[in-house]
Design a protein. Sequence first.
Length: 208
Amino acid sequence: MKLPYSFYQAPTLVVARALLGTLLVHTIEGKRLSGIIVETEAYVTPGDEACHAYRGITKRNSVMFGEPGHAYVYRSYGIHSMLNIVTEPRGIAAAVLIRALEPVEGKEEMQARRMASGRPIGPNLTNGPGRLCEALGIGAALNGESLCEGTLSIEEGRGVDGPIVQTTRIGITRSTELPWRFYLLGNRHVSVRHRAAERLLAESSRRL
DNA sequence: GTAAGGATGCGCT
DNA sequence: GCGCATCCTTACG
């Protein structure tokens, strides 16, 4: 079952957390390439200087201002595609960056797509926002596409059965103090672990 | 295991 | 021109 539009209309931090454990699916050339979402980051207006929409609407970021449940795909460092999911009602610019997946369907095809792009053979298939887009064949052509009606979608996954780590975002230079990254504790497909946050989480749960 | 540097295109100041 | 919401290779413990 695809997640409905109403799922994405919620506050961005709620959606970022709720996306963990769901299944991202890209159907391409008749094949389903999919993976469980294990790491996300929230980007919100107003007040978040790292959000692309911080300074208002532009040609690049306009999708973020539109309907929730659509894909915002842009190119980073001129090389990598980044997949975001638009959240909040129309007019509020916000999105969730998908940072890592646990491969489920089409793992061979993912490896083949990575190799075709000159990437090394190895375990780093979908543990990073650029890598997962390459593995699933997600590019700028999908910018603005609906996740409820197109070839790219998010389905109910296996859910979450363990702790979720909440910590600071990665690879940004502004608003670095905001704890808006979420990931599944102990999942080996997470791109970068934050040991201190994991330790705090363990201590707080022990106290209960 | 960590660190540094290059690749590479486009939006924005 | 400058600066990236990154990834890969190489060097060194």
